[in-house]
Write a protein that binds this ligand. Structure first.
Ligand code: TRP
Length: 333
């Protein structure tokens, strides 16, 4: 890759279905990076198997997510868009980086602690070394910026520490990446439990990108508001978390301020407000859903795109990998 522009690397796991929180908080903004950076987008199926997956479902979700990224506006001609397991350099570099990552560092990762508490019967080595694979993803492309949510900051910091350690011994091999935590990453809360983040584990409060409009409408009509008899559409996150959640979503879909929304629904109450939010979400997601369905109906096209993406990725990644292999003392092929 020519280093005229900075390189941005984004990774997303194909575990389960994409929902409104993922879309509003991250995916919706991803295509805009293409204006500013040389972008690499990766569906990280190798990370997904750190927890048990149903193989047929994983294959399906990987392809669906790949199609959704295109449907959101990522241009596979302009950017590198690929599936992680199809570029072996990721696994190869991850092994080498494992030998430059400390047991203590990995033990301090909060995601590892959380996930091992939740999957007590499957605390496998892959779950533990997850951050070295993530570092390999990032470092193979000489990445400058990594747009992630707050929860991934610690992993990017670890990647930086690995770079410092490795470059300290061998010279300037890797670019030091920087996490960028976007401000727009509005946390979307659950529709039926506005104290928790929207999550696929609570499907009634979660709206999926591929969901049918009538199902989306039903979820919004049933959304928790509050028992306040005034029925007032006004923003008060502490006193009226359900209404605040709906206002957050409506604002993110329409670009309107809370004041404008309050004025729009003055004197109308929740009965009028809830279906309006539902409609705004349905219309926001419609083009993504329809384009994804269109792409998924053309398997031959999708295959040709992900093959070309893997080839482009491998070309860049192998350059870095060869350099690293030489530095650590592997015999040239
Ligand atoms: N760990 C990230 C997540 O769960 C996904 C990911 C894998 C990633 N490799 C990456 C993100 C590289 C950014 C860069 O969200």
């Amino acid at each position: 890759m020519m280093k005229e522009r900075k390189v941005s690397f984004s990774g997303i796991q194909p575990s389960g279905e994409l929902h409104l929180g993922n879309y509003l908080g991250a995916l919706r903004h991803w295509p805009t990076f293409q204006e500013k950076y040389d972008c690499v987008y990766c569906v990280v199926d190798a990370h997904a198997i750190t927890v048990r997956q149903d193989p047929a479902k994983l294959r399906r979700s990987t392809l669906e997510l790949y199609a959704q990224l295109i449907a959101c506006g990522i241009d596979p001609e302009k950017s590198i868009l690929f599936v992680q397991s199809q570029v072996p350099a990721h696994a190869e570099l991850a092994w080498i980086l494992n030998c430059y990552t400390m047991f203590g560092e990995l033990s301090r990762m909060t995601q590892f602690k959380d996930k091992s508490a939740r999957n007590a019967d499957n605390i496998n080595a892959g779950l533990f070394t997850y951050p070295s694979l993530m570092a390999a993803d990032i470092l193979l492309y000489q990445t400058d910026v990594v747009p992630v949510g707050e929860d991934q900051r610690q992993h990017v910091e670890l990647a930086r520490d690995i770079v410092k350690r490795f470059n300290g011994v061998y010279g300037d091999v890797f670019t030091e990446p920087e996490a960028v935590i976007p401000k727009f990453g509005a946390r979307v809360m659950s529709l039926n439990n506005p104290e928790s983040k929207m999550s696929k584990s609570m499907p009634e409060g979660c709206v999926f990108v591929m969901e049918k409009p009538e199902d989306i409408m039903r979820k919004f009509k049933r959304a928790v508001t509050d028992s306040d008899t005034e029925n007032c559409v006004c923003y008060d996150r502490a006193a009226k978390p359900g209404v605040a959640t709906l206002m957050d979503i409506y604002s993110a879909c329409t670009g309107r301020s809370f004041e404008a929304i309050e004025a729009e629904f003055a004197g109308q109450g929740y009965g009028a407000f809830k279906p309006k939010v539902g409609e705004a979400v349905v219309e926001l997601l419609r083009p993504v859903r329809e384009e994804t369905q269109r792409l998924l109906a053309d398997k031959a096209y999708l295959e040709s795109v992900y093959r070309a993406g893997a080839e482009k990725a491998a070309h860049v990644a192998e350059r870095t990998l060869r350099k690293v292999q030489k530095k650590v003392g592997f015999l040239a092929r």
